[in-house]
Design a protein. Structure first.
Length: 398
């Protein structure tokens, strides 16, 4: 059984969708699955770029055997050693004993850690700007450390102007037949969730890769997850520029709340409705007990303003808010305007704790002192919420 698609003349997608594992990296919910992309180039030499994740071998080997049509594999380029891409290296080494693995020094060391150490001796080590001639094509290698692991690199096919971009420009969601981003409406939300959670911490390193890409003419962009880009690549690159600089895409508000019995939620609701009354469009509300933090993190990257509302719990933060704040900090969240609403029945503490957490993040503008609610929203609290809505509306227009 095989399931492949042609990318360009003698270049094929030979990846596999992961539709059974409910989580990516065993933590991020992926209800629509994700694709592990691998590509096979047929020239005077045959070249496979990356492989797939665990348990996907049957379809993967069916794909590559079909495209090879009886030829052997000459080179296996390892752009990234995370197991969602490298899990088949051990089997490839056995099945194709003459294949040469191509990677940098760190790649080879990691391969020896994940597989039999002898695999290291099969590696051809490449450095920044090195090239490999495979016939009509020359492949050139550029290092992309920490996008997303230290060994990550990208490979550029100078003849076809194809960039094999590793984790950069990846997207969650299985590929449902439409391999190209222009074929069936690209889901930028899934791309944003992917970027922010997987690569978001490494904005500087992503910006460095974007800089290298400026010197290349790229007709086709082949990431390790999600659709392949052959049109309007600059649209996706533009998003990456913003994300890598931690700049918002939209002047918009996201309200993230952690509410135990609904009273903190009422405050969030009041704020959202007041903002609507003031003409603010596109307000998003997220109940952190129900929505995965990976989605809220992505929304926080998209929007210019975020309101955090949390109950006090065990004299600390209600756990879902603590999780979100840890996530924001871990992903270098910065450059945003934030407002804080706390709730507590006998000793509200969540406001102070949210501010403490925010103080560890760069360039965060706090709109006003935390609004403090005792148990439920009363007249005084409601008035403060209404004032906050006015301040946010004003700030959005600045
Ligand atoms: Fe898709 Fe960093 O692995």
């Amino acid at each position: 059984m095989h399931c492949v698609r042609k990318i360009a003349e003698n270049v094929f997608w030979v990846g596999v969708n992961e539709r059974h594992n409910p989580f990516f990296e065993n933590i991020y919910p992926v209800p629509e699955g994700y694709s592990c992309n691998s590509y096979l180039i047929l020239d005077e030499k045959t070249v496979l770029t990356d492989t797939v994740g665990p348990d996907l071998g049957e379809m993967f080997f069916g794909n590559i055997e079909h495209v090879l049509g009886g030829r052997k594999i000459d080179y296996v380029i390892v752009n990234h050693m995370e197991p969602d891409h490298c899990s088949m290296l051990g089997r490839l080494a056995e099945k194709y004993p003459d294949a040469v693995f191509v990677g940098n020094q760190k790649t080879a060391v990691m391969a020896g850690q994940f597989f039999d150490e002898k695999i290291q001796s099969r590696f051809m080590i490449v450095k920044e700007g090195d090239s490999l001639s495979i016939g009509k094509r020359t492949l050139r290698f550029y290092m992309a450390p920490m996008v997303h692991w230290p060994e990550t690199m990208v490979t550029y096919d100078e003849a076809e102007r194809i960039l094999y971009s590793a984790d950069a420009f990846g997207t969650f969601g299985s590929i449902n037949g439409n391999l190209f981003a222009d074929e069936d409406g690209f889901d930028m939300d899934s791309a944003r969730v992917y970027y922010t959670n997987i690569v978001g911490k490494y904005g500087l390193q992503t910006a460095a890769l974007l800089k290298k890409m400026e010197a290349l003419s790229i007709d086709i962009l082949c990431p390790l997850h999600g659709p392949v880009w052959r049109k309007n690549i600059e649209v996706f690159e533009g998003k990456y520029r913003l994300w890598s600089r931690y700049e918002p895409e939209d002047r918009a508000v996201v309200i993230a709340y952690a509410s135990i019995y609904g009273n903190t939620e009422h405050a969030a609701e009041r704020l959202a409705f007041k903002l609507g009354e003031l003409g603010v469009k596109g307000v998003k509300m997220y109940d952190l007990s129900r929505v995965d933090p990976s989605k809220v993190l992505a929304e926080a990257f998209r929007c210019s303003h975020i309101v955090l509302a949390s109950s006090t719990y065990n004299n600390g933060l209600f756990t879902p808010m603590e999780v979100l704040l840890n996530d924001l900090k871990a992903h270098n969240f910065q450059n945003r305007t934030v407002a804080v609403i706390e709730n507590g029945t006998w000793a509200p503490a969540s406001g102070k704790l949210m501010l403490e957490a925010l103080s560890c993040m760069k360039n965060i503008t706090i709109l006003r002192d935390p609004i403090s609610i005792k148990s439920s929203l009363k007249e005084q609290g409601a008035q403060a919420i209404d004032e906050l809505a006015g301040e946010i509306a004003l700030s959005l227009n600045q």
